[in-house]
Design a protein around this ligand. Structure first.
Ligand code: AMP
Ligand code: MG
Length: 402
């Protein structure tokens, strides 16, 4: 049994060592690119905005001309978005201007139309003064040519979609999604559409895992249920090993019919650990065969979810060449919580933001098969392994499930 921190280290180091050449870049339509990991740095080719522009509908003028309103100015032209006024604005003059239009030469500010009147054609009456530069945005105020807009390795955000379009990248290069095979094991399992007979339950892990795979930015491949016998396990796990990642749920504890580890051995998988000092999730197996990363995840539904969060997600993130990021948040305990001296506990919890901090308390649940208990919580809190009890007000790490 190894400490959880060590297990996370092994998983991330192994993924980083063995991912070379994996997940080549592919191009994607811009509107589909959100959440994908960008494989090219995007550097701005132009200043933004590319010219001094008006951010108001109104009149471009010299701020010095309207220090003591009301002031009458001669209207010398019009500058509209996409069609600049070619002349210049002199003292005592102004130019009608629209939002997004280039600021004409000579003008330094824009007074919005609401603060003006048109007593006669060719004349504007300006009712308010304006600070120099008011109502305008200078060339390069947002970004300058040569600025790094998005580093390679970032998960593309909504704003990034807009930046990519502005930078002329209609089909950005992103990491191909890793394909993650999922095999559920257990003689007791039936498909969710079937009515369980005596001693049977419906397979839920395949679906929570698939949903977690999708959320992590990869593509699930459901290979169904393997029975607890060697031939069926060999066949299904063998197929799973042809993917970037193979996830096998159940069959990794100490039971008489837990055959997953021997089958992994037989199929040439190098196992790096098979027990982690955590609860739930103790019987988590990690290894590799050539380019495939392999996980044997504990069968209990909450354990499977927790193990995926802790160990599978970092591997997917590494395969995607995603820049390092941590999903753990820091919070303050709201209720005393007993520790386990042997194992780190990762338990369903309620987290809420109040008075400037996250407040976290463990939820009531019936152990590692209690999906309904997990469903009533919104976080998983990490309770460190030590003697005694954590007091109210102690800092804890947690993972938001929202
Ligand atoms: P195992 O790790 O195979 O001993 O399974 C531990 C517990 O998890 C048992 O109660 C199983 O019935 C349950 N279990 C295993 N696989 C699944 C699954 N795919 N969906 C729901 N429950 C499962
Ligand atoms: Mg089983």
């Amino acid at each position: 049994m190894i400490p959880i921190e060590r297990a996370v280290e092994i998983v991330t180091a192994t993924a980083a060592e063995r991912r070379a050449g994996r997940m080549p870049p592919e191009s994607v339509e811009l509107a589909e690119a959100r959440g994908r990991v960008l494989r090219e740095a995007v550097v701005s080719a132009e200043d933004s905005p590319p010219f001094d522009k008006s951010i108001r509908d109104g009149f471009a003028l010299r701020a010095g001309d309207v220090l003591e309103p009301p002031v009458h100015l001669r209207v010398v032209g019009e500058s509209r978005a996409g069609k600049a006024f070619e002349g210049s604005v002199g003292r005592g003059e102004c130019c009608e201007i629209m939002t997004g239009a280039p600021l004409p030469a000579g003008a330094d500010s824009v007074v919005m139309v609401e603060y003006t009147e048109r007593p006669e054609s060719g004349v504007a009456r300006v009712l308010r003064s304006v600070a120099e530069g008011g109502g305008t945005l200078r060339r390069g105020a947002e970004t300058r040519a040569g600025d790094l807009l998005i580093p390679a390795g970032r998960k593309i955000s909504l704003a990034d979609i807009g930046l990519l379009a502005s930078a002329g990248r209609k089909t950005p290069m992103v990491s191909r999604k890793p394909r993650v095979a999922i095999v559920a094991t257990g003689d007791e399992l039936v498909d969710p559409t079937a009515t369980p007979g005596s001693g049977q339950i419906r397979n839920s892990n395949s679906y929570t895992l698939a949903a977690q795979v999708i959320a992590a930015g990869a593509e699930p491949v459901l290979l169904g249920i393997a029975r607890d016998d060697l031939p069926d396990l060999r066949e299904k796990i063998g197929r799973a090993l042809e993917h970037d990642i193979a996830l096998v749920s159940g069959g990794v504890s100490m039971g008489k019919y837990d055959f997953v580890e021997p089958v992994l051995d037989e199929l040439g998988v190098t196992t790096l650990f098979d027990k982690v000092a955590m609860k739930p999730g103790k019987p988590t197996v990690f290894g590799y065969r050539e380019g495939t990363f392999v996980f044997g995840l504990p069968g209990n539904p909450v354990s499977t979810i927790v193990s995926f969060h802790m160990f599978v997600r970092p591997v997917i993130s590494s395969l995607l060449w995603e820049e390092s990021r941590t999903d753990m948040l820091e919070g303050v305990l709201e209720a005393p919580t007993k520790c386990d001296p042997e194992r780190v506990a990762i338990v369903p919890a309620h987290a809420r933001f109040a008075d400037g901090a996250f407040r976290v308390r463990t939820a009531s649940w019936k152990g590692s098969s209690d999906l309904a208990g997990l469903a009533r919580s919104n976080a998983l809190v990490v309770i460190p392994s030590r003697e005694g009890t954590l007091a109210v007000g102690e800092n804890v790490q947690f993972l938001s499930l929202e």
